[in-house]
Design a protein around this ligand. Structure first.
Ligand SMILES: CC(C)(COP(=O)(O)OP(=O)(O)OC[C@H]1O[C@@H](n2cnc3c(N)ncnc32)[C@H](O)[C@@H]1OP(=O)(O)O)[C@@H](O)C(=O)NCCC(=O)NCCS
Length: 118
């Protein structure tokens, strides 16, 4: 896990953490891609994710993309509340799970190069 983050860290443009007696959440971006957004379970539902996301968006290009697992209903609803729209769908072969591509601020509905499955 630590190695995975060490490797990913060099790909991210920047990260931001939320603290409350320790780190309770973080967001990382790579260009126009929102790459990571996590809030510790005990701290979810209190606006921390919203603050991390909205801060990230102020530092990113106008059109932003992210991927989220199709089965992650809470995260999908969270992103949709924040103006993201589904624009693609593909099989993550490593996880053997469907991922959705979401976009905000771009030309909604345009195809994305992700090897979409129907
Ligand atoms: C998705 C995730 C980042 C959201 O973070 P969060 O801190 O719970 O987000 P918020 O508290 O801002 O919003 C969550 C919900 O709480 C509600 N909420 C926001 N502020 C609130 C507050 N002050 N008090 C009570 N409820 C609040 C919102 O209505 C929101 O509802 P919605 O999800 O139906 O839109 C978080 O659930 C998470 O880390 N999940 C696991 C990891 C994950 O799936 N990450 C995304 C991978 S792509």
């Amino acid at each position: 896990m630590r190695d995975w983050y060490a490797e990913k860290g060099s790909e991210w443009d920047w990260g931001l953490v939320a603290e409350d007696d320790g780190v309770v959440g973080f967001v990382a971006t790579a260009g126009a891609r929102l790459d990571q957004l996590f809030v510790a379970p005990a701290h979810q539902g209190r606006g921390t994710g919203t603050r991390l996301l909205t801060t990230a968006l102020t530092r990113m290009p106008p059109s932003v993309t992210l991927t989220v697992f199709e089965e992650n209903g809470p995260a999908r609803r969270f992103y949709e509340r924040h103006g993201f729209r589904k624009v693609g769908r593909f099989l993550n072969e490593t996880e053997n799970a469907i991922e959705l591509v979401y976009e905000r601020g771009g030309a909604y509905g345009l195809p994305v190069a992700t090897g979409a499955v129907s």
